[in-house]
Design a protein around this ligand. Structure first.
Ligand code: ADP
Length: 257
């Protein structure tokens, strides 16, 4: 059986095809049109895998752009898709922390991957991937370079909670001659503290499963591990956890049909 999960996020669109138990996936920028990004990425992956659209048994959409997708059979919330995908990748439940482009979520799941409780920040860019993107742009580096630049440095205090003010703070630290790498370390600490401030209410948990695009940043992972005091696991497919969860829901729903 082939089922599909389509996760249209603010920054990137992730599609997973579950071909029996094999995971095929594709990540593309969302750009200006969530609908177009969802359709294009889905059809591009189908072509890569050599699968005709009519051979897909069921399609589940998730992410902020799910409502714009005309070709899906059902939409499922990001919380449930991320929980399901994370538990499939890691197992044994725990606390899932997902940091994406425009929000961050903390989801407590049991050993079967069922959601026990959750909280999310989708009101403020601080503590999200957007904050890191804005700061990287202000410092003239790419987001993918941030973690290596921060490692082993002395984090400078970034006091502003607001992204716009924090950007001004970074620019004035630069003007005062502060080392860029110490500023970047401070930016990481600010993101990790903000997210942990939201997630820590669900501790104790046996493990933290870190997903979303920001899980590619190993320095944020290290900062979270320091706060958590339990292993922080970043699954290899962390960025597509939500799309994988959607594809797993699709398989369950197809089997019920
Ligand atoms: P969304 O689901 O909201 O589209 P993602 O989960 O795809 O967001 O995460 C996007 C964020 O991931 C970006 O804002 C950026 O901060 C971060 N990111 C993306 N690629 C990388 C990378 N190579 N290294 C570090 N961080 C990255």
């Amino acid at each position: 059986m082939i089922t599909a999960g389509i996760d249209v996020g603010s920054v990137s669109t992730k599609v997973v095809l579950l071909v029996d138990n094999e995971i095929k996936y594709l990540v593309r920028p969302t750009g200006w049109s969530p609908r177009y990004a969802g359709e294009q990425t889905y059809h591009e992956l189908l072509a890569q895998v050599g699968c005709k659209p009519e051979n897909v048994a069921y399609r589940v959409g998730t992410g902020y752009g799910r409502i714009s997708l005309g070709f899906i059979d059902k939409a499922v919330t990001e919380i449930h898709c991320h929980a399901r995908g994370a538990n499939y990748l890691v197992g044994r439940g725990g606390l899932v922390i997902d940091i994406g482009g425009q929000d961050s979520k903390a989801i407590l799941i049991n050993q079967q991957g069922k959601v026990i409780d959750f909280t999310m920040n989708d009101k403020c860019a601080a503590g999200t991937g957007r904050f890191l993107q804005v700061m990287a742009a202000a410092l003239g580096v790419d987001v993918s370079e941030l973690a290596d630049l921060a490692a082993g440095r002395n984090p400078l205090e970034i006091n502003s909670m607001c992204t716009v003010f924090a950007e001004s703070e970074v620019i004035s630290l630069l003007a005062k001659g502060a080392d860029k790498r110490d500023i970047i370390a401070g930016i990481h600490r600010s993101v990790a503290r903000r997210v942990w401030g939201m997630a820590s209410r669900f501790m104790p948990a046996e493990q933290v499963i870190f997903t979303g695009g920001v899980a590619r940043n190993h320095h944020i992972k290290d900062q979270l591990a320091r706060e958590a005091g339990v292993p922080v696991i970043v699954p290899e497919l962390s960025q597509v956890a939500g799309a994988l969860g959607a594809a797993l829901y699709a398989r369950e729903l197809a089997e019920k049909c």
